[in-house]
Ligand binder design. Structure first.
Ligand code: GDG
Length: 465
């Protein structure tokens, strides 16, 4: 199987499966939940494609294997590479830098060396499994050097790249000591996709200003090639979510959740990875003040936050968790009564059915990132609201704000503004909310994940002679 070649190859940091071990110690793999996997499944099946990625465990050499109709090609990472390439350069340098430096990015030369080394390994693996003239689609910020490394070995390939997070303005990006190498890495692709037009423009401008390349609109001249940089706003399997939310099991669970919370008149819900880009400090600050001042009545209102554990070995994430837990504890300690804390905070991750039940149970979904490439939670909530009821409070700094214009928009840095919008959303009349929700549902259902993948792949496909 190691010699098998594929005409469609996805390259991502992680494989789309998670390992499960039963009581007898037998290992099975299950597809990991997530938009990318759902989007790619039909594409992979129709192209008989391969997916190259890391299994998530250190120091593990596995042969390629088949799972969920996909050919999976594992790439090993040592513990040191996980520390330096993944937690270091990817998550402590690039992640904060690309999110407006809301936390200070760290620059370490040994992290960069590990990033180069691991990107080369992914590129080598892709070069080995891609058939002649195959299409290779590289995903996200962990693998920005792969397109050029791959083209070097395999100029016959069609290479696409999609960045799931924002691409920052040149004024910020130029802090990166390896800015030229990153741009040159991306320019190995034929098509570089971004969530928003702004990201695509930032990249084109960086190539012009910092690399001195000739550009015209969304095109960049690289020697004898033209690289295109365009926006492809990612989305969700809207119908899949709607179907799940419409099941009796989920409907019953949504009712149960509300009852367990004391049947509040208004239930606010937030669901995020516990990440400093998600604006959780600001959100808890706003709710804390609203409950403390009595503007939100704890007898009739409740705020439920699910914070999914994430990157727990990275220092800023440990600090964030402490800060959030302090804020929650302070508000609940101050305002709560026995059996009635105004805020429920769950540091846990749940199956998709529970997520759908939470989206259904919410009256108002609160999504307040300081910067976010897209934010799928906002779209998933909308897909689950078939009664056109429910409202979305959405940060202007989420990519989703460009499409979900009828959300109640907030600037999460402005705590008073955030508090006002929370109150205004709660008081808005049902007809207004329904009109807004209807328009947003139309947008999400017409621009689902298949639309995203089809658009990208048809733009990437070589032109017919
Ligand atoms: C990056 C970009 C961009 C969360 N908790 C659980 C769970 N989730 C699922 C959600 C949603 C996904 O994880 C989170 O996606 P987001 O888009 O909200 O945020 P990031 O993780 O930061 O994603 C982002 C995205 O890539 C795609 O391009 O939109 O801007 O930062 O699907 O439902 N799923 C389950 N249990 C949980 O506890 N099953």
């Amino acid at each position: 199987m190691a010699d098998q070649k594929y005409d469609f190859v996805v390259v991502a940091n992680r494989l789309p499966v998670d390992r499960h071990r039963d009581a007898d110690g037998n290992v099975t793999w299950r597809t990991s939940p997530g938009g990318l996997v759902t989007a790619m499944e039909p594409v992979m099946a129709s192209h008989d494609g391969a997916w190259i990625g890391w299994t998530g465990a250190p120091d593990e050499e596995l042969e390629p294997f088949d799972e969920a109709h996909m050919h999976l090609v594992p790439v090993p990472l040592s513990q040191q590479e996980i520390n330096e390439y993944y937690e270091g350069f990817s998550n402590s340098t690039l992640w904060p830098l690309y999110h407006d430096a809301v936390e200070a990015p760290e620059f370490h030369r040994e992290w960069w060396d590990a990033y180069v080394q691991v990107n080369q390994r992914f590129a080598d693996r892709a070069a080995a499994v891609a058939d002649k003239h195959a299409t290779v689609w590289v995903q996200d910020y962990q693998l920005q050097l792969v397109p050029a490394m791959l083209r070097e070995q395999r100029p016959d390939l069609r290479i696409g790249f999609f960045l799931h997070i924002p691409f920052p303005p040149v004024e910020l990006f130029q802090q990166l000591p390896w800015r030229r190498q990153i741009c040159e890495g991306l320019l190995g692709a034929d098509l570089v996709g971004f969530q928003l037009n702004g990201g695509a423009r930032n990249f084109v401008r960086t190539c012009r200003v910092r690399l001195g390349l000739k550009t015209h609109r969304d095109q960049i001249n690289v020697e004898d090639r033209i690289v295109e940089a365009r926006a492809y706003p990612i989305s969700i399997d809207a119908q899949g979510f709607a179907d799940l939310a419409g099941t009796e099991e989920v409907a019953a669970r949504a009712i149960e959740i509300r009852e367990d919370l004391g049947s509040p008149e208004t239930l606010f819900v937030g669901i995020d990875r516990l990440d400093y880009t998600k604006g959780l400090r600001q959100r808890f600050q706003a709710f804390g003040e609203l409950f403390s001042s009595g503007q939100l009545d704890p007898d009739s209102t409740h705020f439920l936050q699910v914070a999914t554990p994430s990157r727990e070995r990275v220092e800023q994430y440990m600090r964030l968790r402490d800060d959030i837990e302090l804020l929650v504890g302070r508000t609940n300690g101050h305002i709560g009564r026995i059996g009635m804390p105004p805020i429920s905070y769950l540091h846990a991750s749940y199956p998709r059915t529970e997520m759908a039940a939470l989206y259904r149970a919410a009256d108002i979904m609160v999504v307040t990132p300081l910067r976010d490439g897209m934010n799928l939670v906002a779209k998933e909530f909308i897909a689950c609201r078939d009664g056109n009821n429910g409202a979305l409070v959405l940060s202007e700094f989420a990519g989703a704000a460009a499409e979900l214009k009828q959300a109640y928009m907030v600037n999460p840095h402005d705590i008073n503004g955030l508090k006002n919008v929370i109150l205004r959303t709660m008081d808005d009349d049902a007809a207004n909310r329904a009109r807004r929700m209807k328009a947003m549902r139309k947008q999400v259902f017409e621009h689902d994940i298949n639309h995203w993948a089809d658009r990208f792949l048809s733009d990437l496909a070589p032109e017919e002679d």
